[in-house]
Design a protein around this ligand. Structure first.
Ligand code: G6P
Length: 577
């Protein structure tokens, strides 16, 4: 998946596109490029590498012109190289486009076109430029564009323009990949998400599946898949630009971890009444999510099981192969972006079931597939590794299960856990040179151990595994030897006695214990510990545990010279299956 931005108006397109791409980089960052139209002359500059490096090496912002498109890539078809970077052109080099998604029938289309068209890349995307070229030989550009879009199978968000178009328009289309129009004053934008356009407007139009649109500096028109003009609702957001900027922090991830002090209350204010009513009506509940959201889903499943529900959490990509949801199954999808292809696919699969979406991006695709939407209210999250949206999801889950009253001490708890940053930094120093680590948790804390380990490997590149404490002796203990780090999630709860036994097993083999705990006995056994404040409500332990462990992953990442906002091979919003 990738990031797309487009601009048409009186401003300097190259500058606007470059700024926007920096904000979209979380979506993919192996190559970058822009195309700018200047009085009928089209110029493309692109290469592999990250936005900052490529845009300065190729002097993007020296390009003149008021219309343009930009793209930051996360490779799917074709290796990472200049030729495969977007924007892609047709044979005449008049038509250029940026694409996010996967064109599933591209081989067939390419074979059809290759007798009379010359391809310059290995991407699936390039075929779209040649299709438009082909059809525009006999039709006006807009018709040719629509006809080409009609031939595509798979997922796409597309921004296209042509040097031959005297009206200097941008042509857009989307299906199963996000694309939002930004409505400015005398200028129009489009981008894969809203924060990339916040500098210019707070008014947006989200395109629906199959929609196409035409932007000019005078305004926009939206067309449905059959070509008829349609009206789409405008939304206004009250996000400030600073929400999508680092605000003095060295990384988005650190800012977003600290943001939690504030957003925890916003999340607490979110309305969960309808969701709870639906949950009460069902005995069988399937929870669908991916990555970090899946870990929150596991915890939700445990808590629903505790209420006597037949609840199970599924990895979204496997759901269609395992489950047979019917009208008696309630689906809960968790997705901060609301655009994760695996989750959307699982939602479509569960046709007969009612669905709740727990989501941060209210304009996202998942909301259109859901009967009930619960907002995380966490504000935009830019760092690739999810942090504040995970804790916000926990807050929503707690509110659904326990009600608001139980959560009163929450923001104080968040501040206390964040307040231990110095101890966390000391711990990070010890962990940074290691190459392996285990995270142990039992019961309701096991999903949090999974999340802590996931974050750790995601951004520190240290190999780590999470185990339920009791599983260690069934295999992984063979790896524990002198100096092996084991991070134990050990609040004083019904499982702590048994977890204490696991700590002893690790120490007997020379392993080093790092703990997050409120248990004095565990503290005595630990080489390092982070405190959970005494008197913390056990229901809130998962939240108390994850905050310092996200922060730990962050500091280890930085100590190892990694940019935690942009871990290699990953992207924040994965719009391919
Ligand atoms: C990607 C990200 C993960 C994220 C997952 C699910 O893989 O790298 O950090 O947890 O997608 O994202 P979602 O937006 O559906 O919560």
């Amino acid at each position: 998946m990738c990031g797309i931005i487009g601009y048409v108006g009186p401003g300097k397109a190259s500058q606007i596109l470059t700024d926007g791409l920096k904000m979209l980089e979380y979506r993919g960052y192996d190559s970058v490029g822009i195309a700018v139209l200047n009085h009928g002359k089209l110029e493309v500059r692109k290469d592999k590498g990250m936005v900052e490096a490529v845009s300065s090496a190729l002097a993007f912002t020296t390009m003149d012109g008021n219309v343009g498109i930009g793209h930051t890539r996360w490779a799917t078809h074709g290796v990472v190289c200049r030729e495969n970077s977007h924007p892609h052109s047709d044979c005449t080099k008049n038509i250029v486009l940026a694409h996010n998604g996967v064109i599933e029938n591209f081989s067939k289309l390419k074979a059809e076109l290759s007798t009379s068209h010359k391809f310059a890349s290995d991407t699936d995307s390039e075929v779209i430029a040649h299709l438009v070229e082909e059809y525009s030989k006999t039709q006006p550009l807009q018709k040719a564009f629509m006809r080409a879009i009609g031939r595509l199978e798979g997922s796409y968000a597309i921004a296209l323009m042509s040097a031959a178009d005297s009206e200097e328009r941008l042509f857009l289309a989307r299906r199963n990949s996000p694309l939002v129009i930004g409505v400015g004053k005398g200028e129009m934008l489009c981008a894969s998400d809203i924060p990339a356009m916040l500098r210019y407007t707070k008014t947006f139009v989200t395109l629906e599946e199959g929609d196409m649109a035409v932007l000019s500096k005078h305004g926009y028109k939206v067309y449905s898949a059959d070509g008829s003009e349609v009206a789409r609702k405008q939304i206004t957001v009250d996000w400030g630009l600073e929400m999508a900027q680092k605000g003095g922090y060295p990384h988005f991830m650190l800012k977003e971890i600290n943001d939690q002090k504030h957003f925890i209350n916003e999340s607490l204010a979110s309305d969960v009444t309808e969701a709870r009513k639906l949950i009460d009506r069902y005995d069988r509940i399937d929870i669908i999510a991916a990555g970090t959201s899946y870990h929150a889903g596991l915890l939700l499943a445990y808590l629903l099981q505790g209420m006597g529900k037949g609840a199970q959490a599924f990895v979204a990509s496997d759901y269609p192969f395992i489950a047979k949801p019917d009208g008696k199954t309630l689906i809960i999808g968790i997705s901060q972006s609301g655009e994760t292809a695996d989750v959307l696919q699982a939602f479509r699969y569960a046709q007969k079931s009612k669905k709740i979406a727990i989501v941060n991006t209210l304009s996202s695709s998942i909301t259109r597939l859901s009967d009930c939407v619960v907002s995380l209210n966490a504000g935009p999250e830019v760092g690739v590794a999810a942090t504040k949206t995970f804790t916000s999801t926990l807050v929503i889950i707690f509110k659904i299960i326990y009600g608001k009253e139980k959560l009163e001490g929450l923001s104080h708890l968040v501040e206390t856990m964040l307040g231990q940053e110095n101890e966390i930094k000391r711990l990070a120093q010890v962990l940074a040179p290691k190459e392996n680590a285990f995270f142990l948790g039992r019961g309701k804390n096991f999903p949090i151990a999974l999340e802590a380990s996931h974050k750790f490997k995601e951004i520190t590149y240290i190999h780590s595994e999470a185990y339920p404490g009791g599983e260690l002796k069934h295999g992984a203990l063979s790896l524990v030897c002198d100096g092996f780090p084991v991070i134990v999630l050990a609040p004083k709860d019904e499982a702590s006695q048994k977890l204490f036994g696991n700590i002893k097993e690790v120490k007997a083999r020379g392993g080093v214990i790092f703990s997050v705990t409120d248990d004095p006995e565990v503290k005595r056994e630990s080489a390092f510990h982070i405190d959970i404040p005494e008197g913390t409500d056990p229901a809130l332990y998962p939240l108390a545990l994850i905050i310092p462990l996200h922060l730990l992953a962050y500091h280890v990442s930085v100590l190892r010279g990694i940019n935690p906002d942009r871990p290699r091979n990953l992207a924040k919003t994965v719009t391919v299956e």
